[in-house]
Design a protein around this ligand. Structure first.
Ligand code: DGP
Length: 136
């Protein structure tokens, strides 16, 4: 995997506002926050996304997400958080080093959810069957 900007942060080659670190993970403020307090949780191991991460690394990252989410929320007096993660360019991933966004939210009216659509019953049936088949 190519070196990413997050590896440079992990190695302290570029500055970041680091808020938490343990043996397997690091968390720092997002340089382009969607809201004040927007924090990224990143494994120190260089994996790209959900498609190549191993279970242990993902568990470590989610443990850190759970651990720091209340502090992130409370640091800005928010009432909730979005925990979001983009996997693949098509999904908006820009930095190809696995990360979870923790974005404080004060009020559900301050942002737009992604659009939701109705779908034909036959489409649900076909897609669910396809996923089950692919999972073996
Ligand atoms: P994503 O689209 O999920 O890959 O989001 C990548 C995020 O990483 C984006 O919200 C901005 C943030 N980011 C990119 N470069 C840097 C950096 O050099 N420092 C910090 N702190 N955040 C960065």
């Amino acid at each position: 995997m190519e070196d990413t900007i997050f590896m440079k942060i992990i190695r302290r080659e570029i500055p970041a506002d680091i808020v938490y670190e343990d043996a397997e993970t690091i968390a720092f403020l997002d340089v382009k926050p969607a809201a004040p307090g927007h924090t990224l949780v990143v494994p120190k191991k260089p994996v790209q996304n959900i498609f190549d991460v191993d279970d242990g690394t993902l568990v470590a990252v989610m443990r850190t997400v759970r651990k720091i989410a209340p502090a992130v929320r409370n640091s800005v007096g928010a009432h909730g958080v979005h925990i979001n993660s983009n996997h693949g360019a098509a999904a908006g991933q820009i930095v190809f080093h696995l990360h979870f966004h923790i974005i404080p939210r004060h009020d559900r009216n301050e942002f737009s959810f992604w659009p939701q659509h109705d779908s034909a019953r036959s489409e649900f049936v076909t897609i669910a069957e396809k996923i089950r088949q692919l999972l073996g």
